[in-house]
Design a protein around this ligand. Structure first.
Ligand code: PPS
Length: 575
């Protein structure tokens, strides 16, 4: 037996929180320490370090730990550990720090959460890390995208002294720490506990699978969903937790417990499955369910899956004994119409009449207000989902006009606003270019930097309106494609986004020259004038293209309304 096999996971829990007295002392001393405001990901990691969910780690990884983990999935002492838990900081801060220094770690509100005693500072090779941890450098993988585009360039590692756990104001009674959950299991007399990890609402397939696990293993069930960071675009955790609460009543009494996990997922598939198992061991579980494509991000844009469907099961099988958790593998479950129950997909025969609904199909049904069948999900879950995902004609959306000065954006925007107000139902806000420049962006000029900032501000406001179920109509020039796409990405996460290219040719805009600006631009009096002395990047992704040369505002507004109706943004009798 090799040495590392003598070091099973999850025996002793690391509790990195210091005494109250020591915490006071650290808070005093921190006034003279450099300080770092933790990112959302880092707060999640810190919480699991502090509460013992990441035992046996005692801090953010040092370079040696990091390299060992990347290369061999082990800590330097041989313990299995699949994913680096590192603290990334800016180059600017890194230049000011030296090994031996202490760094105050704060949450976004400025509260001191912990102190890090620096052992190591280094600039990681991100490509190498991506290849090792994610087996790809493709930025379509959300973990790789985060690594390349969001995480900072320097890593700082060392021991942590915890002052307080990050504050959460939601679902407090469901946020049990590893020691609390272990104590709860002991109190209930639960000895065999199978954990179910999820980042999605639980439907019938998940329910049947967990129930089957409970029955076969004669074990109790811990539903342990991730509420830290999951895959971008996932259903928000508030909705999901209400769905989990709704499903609890369907399990036999005294068999199941729900607790939520503040983990930041990396979507690293097989390696992440190992991490999940280690965490569940720390939370007192004995068994861990691993299904199809566990913690995988699906496929890339060419349809090629990032991981094989059962790679995670294979990897965990190799390490489960060492970790000290038994893996409970599941194939994908599908509904057999003939047998009126769920069966593993590989047991299905031709005459089973197999049914399944994908996540994309579910979203489509919700958006269109269509039926969600009971064989697929419990009615309480469907109702909960409908509350936060109303059909499109009750969701917020943004109509974003782009086009040259004088193309007719403002007139069209106004006509559309008035027609939508006439229909009633949702509040409508107009963010016209000139209006925004007077109020929100009065200090900005027309450099690329300032134009982008202007559009980012408009996008921010439109997103807030959309998120809260209103209609935002924006009408800036917005000449740059990248920032338009950034705004689209932001808003599509909250509701609808419709880009309207007012494609009136420059000759016509100049002929109209309502504000006399083209003449001034030609004369060089106005600099950086779009279309004359500044670029306009024509959109290739507009939902509607309108040339106002020979259309009245009424006619042009009709084109947009017809598009909105076709896509379901305007319902029968509007509401
Ligand atoms: S941007 O690029 O989206 O930030 O521009 P926007 O906020 O829509 O502002 C455009 C309006 O400002 C006037 N104006 C100029 N436009 C373009 N280039 C230059 N240099 C410029 N200077 C002033 C102009 O009236 C624009 O309004 P519209 O309604 O488009 O004609």
């Amino acid at each position: 037996m090799t040495d590392h096999l003598n070091k099973p996971h999850g025996g002793e829990l690391k509790n990195l929180l210091v005494s109250e007295e020591k915490a006071q002392q650290l808070k005093e001393e921190s006034k003279h320490m450099p300080s770092w405001d933790l990112t959302e990901r880092q707060i999640c990691d810190l919480e699991l370090l502090l509460n013992g969910g990441f035992s046996p780690l005692t801090g953010f990884m040092t370079r040696k730990e990091y390299e060992n983990v990347c290369d061999s999935m082990r800590l330097p002492d041989g313990t299995v550990w699949p994913i680096p838990i590192t603290l990334d900081i800016t180059e600017e801060l890194a230049q000011k720090l030296l090994p031996g220094d202490r760094l105050a770690l704060r949450d976004p509100e400025g509260f001191m959460a912990a102190v890090l005693t620096i052992e190591d500072l280094w600039k990681p090779d991100k490509r190498k890390k991506a290849e090792a941890v994610y087996s790809t450098v493709n930025t379509e993988h959300p973990g790789v995208k985060y690594l390349f585009k969001e995480s900072h360039t320097w890593y700082v590692g060392g021991r942590i002294e915890g002052i307080q756990l990050p504050e959460h104001y939601d679902f407090r009674e469901l946020r049990l720490t590893p020691s609390e959950l272990r104590a709860e299991f002991a109190r209930l007399g639960w000895r065999r506990i199978v954990a179910f990890q999820t980042r999605n609402p639980m439907h019938r397939a998940h329910f049947e699978l967990t129930l089957q696990a409970v029955r076969e293993l004669q074990a109790n069930l811990l539903i342990h969903p991730v509420v830290g960071m999951t895959k971008p675009g996932d259903i928000d955790h508030y909705t999901r937790v209400r769905c989990y609460q709704a499903i609890l009543a369907h399990y036999p009494q005294h068999t199941v417990k729900l607790s939520i996990l503040p983990l930041a997922m990396r979507m690293a598939g097989p390696r992440e499955a190992l991490l999940h198992a280690i965490i569940r061991k720390n939370y007192g579980c004995t068994h861990f369910i691993v299904g199809r494509d566990h913690a995988g991000p699906g496929s890339d844009s060419e349809g090629k899956p990032f991981y094989g469907p059962y790679d995670a099961q294979e990897l965990l099988k190799e390490h489960a004994e060492e970790i000290g958790v038994e893996m409970v593998p599941f194939r994908m479950m599908v509904y057999s119409r003939k047998r009126a129950c769920y069966i593993p997909v590989d047991e299905a025969k031709e005459d089973d009449g197999v049914l399944s609904i994908s996540g994309t199909e579910l979203r489509k049904r919700l958006a269109e207000g269509r039926e969600i069948p009971e064989w697929f999900t419990f009615p309480e879950v469907a109702e909960e989902l409908r509350r936060t995902h109303p059909p499109r004609h009750r969701q917020g959306f943004t109509v974003f006009f782009t086009g040259l000065s004088g193309a007719g954006k403002s007139t069209l925007a106004k006509a559309l606003m008035v027609k939508l107000l006439e229909m009633g139902g949702r509040p409508v806000t107009l963010l016209d270019g000139d209006l925004v420049r007077k109020n929100l962006s009065s200090e900005l000029g027309f450099s690329k930097e300032h134009r982008d900032l202007n559009i980012r501000r408009i996008g921010f406001v439109a997103n807030e309106i959309t998120k809260n179920g209103g209609i935002a109509i924006c009408a800036p020039i917005a000449p740059y494609d990248a920032i338009r796409k950034e705004v689209r990405n932001l808003i599509e996460g909250s509701g609808g986004f419709v880009l309207v290219h007012v494609a009136t040719p420059i000759e016509e805009c100049e002929r109209r020259d309502r504000k006399g600006l083209y003449a001034k631009a030609r004369a060089g009096i106005i600099k950086e004038f779009t279309g004359i002395s500044d670029p306009y990047e024509e959109p290739q992704d507009a939902e509607v293209v309108i040339d106002t040369t020979s259309l009245s505002p009424d006619e042009a507004a009709q084109d947009i309304l017809l598009y909105l109706e076709r896509e379901g943004y305007i319902g029968p009798g509007n509401q």
